[in-house]
Design a protein around this ligand. Sequence first.
Ligand code: NDP
Ligand code: OXD
Length: 308
Amino acid sequence: MAFLYKADPARGAQWAKLFAQKAPDLPFHVWPEVGDPAAIRYLAAWQPPDDPTRTFPNLEVVFSVGAGIDQFDLSRVPAHVPVVRMIEPGIVEGMVEYVTQAVLTIHRNLFDYALQQQQQVWRELPPGPAGQRRIGVLGLGVLGTAVLERLRLFGFACAGWSRSPREIEGVDCHAGEGALDAFLARTDILICLLPLTPATRGLLDARLFAKLPRGASLIQTGRGPHLNQPDLLAALESGQLGNAILDVTDPEPLPAGHPLWTHPRVRITPHIASSTRPDTAVDVVLDNLRRHREGLPMLGLVDRTRGY
Ligand code: NDP
Ligand code: OXD
């Protein structure tokens, strides 16, 4: 019985060290070194090999090393093999930090101060109270909820949108397509923390931007294909959107010379908003292995019908 890691090799080396300390009886391999393929019962991957159960005939569980699983071709993982996505404290904390800095950048007018600095202008731009800044998060899952719980502490007016009804203390929760327009109409800073599915692909487009108050800003930390990039550029040009902070693009990396790179109202980071932290993730994976052995539900089990 063995565990195989197939993602970034440097992180794989960290996982291997942690497994050696915490689960010394479970042999651990880092792709492309797989040992005996018949011994592989557990696979943790950013993208599994094309035909995982043919390559590893005794595979029992596939773990995603990321929170999102859109990069998986689920049709290649047979239904009897559960797919488990990453829910672990390190990735949550990283996302809370990233979105908080992005919201404060916008709230405290740092885009405008950057432009003023280029022109050597010393002029105060009062931000107004946090309670009058309306934050809206698309996606009230593990990450969206954690982000809102932190932003609430600053006093921002917080709301969120999900597929099914949710309740989060101090957050005005909206659910379903029918509630989207009202949610957008009250949102000054829109944060995308949705999974990428057929229903959410291309959601951030001109039609959606038109429903936001004029001058609203976007923080995009979901997946690149959620966003229609030409529509974003048009909305920034027209003033319908004020600023955009993009951690994900389509494609990644964003090609050299793309107009988003140099737009004065756009900040880009290279898909680093958050990532799985080996030290905290390995405990969660080992706990899930225990649950699996004991026939208990694993934390982060992907619902194939929903696609996330
Ligand atoms: P969860 O599965 O916990 O939450 C997803 C949320 O989105 C749920 O509230 C769900 O609704 C909602 N949702 C899904 N589909 C729809 C829809 N069609 N309409 C309305 N709401 C919908 O995911 P996480 O919070 O863990 O992660 C969210 C995403 O963040 C990941 O899938 C990934 O794309 C992105 N991510 C980005 C990272 C980065 O570094 N940029 C790092 C990690 C993740 P419901 O509550 O009803 O199920
Ligand atoms: C993830 C990511 O989904 O890093 O975990 O994007």
